[in-house]
Write a protein that binds this ligand. Structure first.
Ligand code: UTP
Length: 292
């Protein structure tokens, strides 16, 4: 019987330099895709996978995220007096319940591994999920739920993976693959940001993880890796062979919303997936297409 995954960590301490000037005074994770901030998509995905506790690792200039997951009494009163109880109910529906949200600060952005390590006392000695809000996934079954279903059988550590063009391996953690049934790939090795020629495969980690608490012991070493940052991938690589470790080829389309082009793609794809927006957006895209 695998220990249930009840907690999720949302590292939101990055600087978002690829998205300046938008991210100068606004967290990258509050960028809206259509009408919803990236971080809310991630929280809703975690809720859909059965997560009960939401741990945010924030940094300076990120208070908008805390405000977003808190009641706005004035707004809710205003909506109520205008008879917009549907909107009030909608806000209540996605807000994590009181006492199930925790915030800790990563005082310096030393890397993703360091951000996850900052959550160690809040996670404690149990498996947990990590979701990077800037990796946005459009899927019938939310990506983390797909992973939870696979984890129920495999246990251990699990990362979401997808094949990327070989020339892009330098942007990802890349797997050396052992046994592979086409959906679940056994992780035999893991390299952070390899040059295309040196990459062991093109199967790359994107921002969804289910991890065993032993990872904190490896992150304790605070070793710097690629880009002089404390890399989560390096700690995961040290766990290979100590517990089952799999990459799940999830079903769905992933958008890198930390990148301007990926963000624009996400807005179009998410708008087209919405019944209320599909018609006008599709007709605008057709107009644009004639101009190209
Ligand atoms: P990125 O590699 O996208 O870095 O981080 P970044 O700083 O956010 O953005 P750029 O590259 O400067 O534009 C991947 C994820 O790890 C988190 C980020 O918030 C993002 O979700 N992160 C990264 C931290 O929480 N702390 C860090 O020190 C670094």
């Amino acid at each position: 019987m695998k220990q249930a995954v009840r907690k999720a960590v949302f590292p939101v301490g990055g600087m978002g330099t690829r998205f300046l000037p938008a991210t100068k005074s606004m967290p990258k994770e509050m960028l809206p895709v259509v009408d919803k901030p990236l971080i809310q998509y991630a929280v809703e995905e975690a809720q859909a996978a059965g997560i009960e506790e939401f741990i945010f690792v924030t940094g300076r200039g990120k208070t908008a995220i805390e405000d977003h997951f808190d009641h706005s009494v004035e707004l809710q009163d205003l909506l109520a007096t205008r008879g917009r109880t549907d909107q009030v109910d909608a806000i209540r529906a996605w807000m994590p319940p009181a006492g199930q949200v925790a915030y800790t600060r990563q005082q310096e952005p030393l890397g993703l591994g360091h951000a996850v390590w900052c959550a160690r006392h809040l996670v404690g000695d149990e498996p947990f999920a990590v979701l990077l809000a800037d990796d946005l996934i459009l899927a019938d079954t939310p990506c983390l739920k797909q992973m939870m279903d696979a984890y129920a059988t495999s246990g251990g550590n699990m990362v979401a993976v997808m094949d990327v063009p070989r020339e892009h391996t330098k942007r990802y953690g890349v797997l050396a693959v052992g046994r592979d049934d086409g959906r679940l790939a056994e992780v035999k090795g893991l390299v952070e940001k390899p040059e295309p020629a040196a990459a062991p495969s093109t199967l790359s980690v994107i921002g969804r993880y289910i991890l065993q608490p032993a990872v904190f012991g490896h992150l304790d070493r605070q070793e710097r890796g690629a880009g002089d940052e404390i890399q989560l991938t390096d700690a995961l690589a040290r766990m290979i062979g100590t517990a089952p470790f799999h990459g799940l080829r999830f079903e769905g389309e992933r958008f890198d919303c930390g990148d301007k082009v990926g963000f624009l793609h996400a807005n179009m794809a998410f708008a087209l997936a919405r019944e209320d927006l599909r018609g006008p957006v599709a007709s605008f895209l057709r107009q644009l297409n004639r101009r190209l």
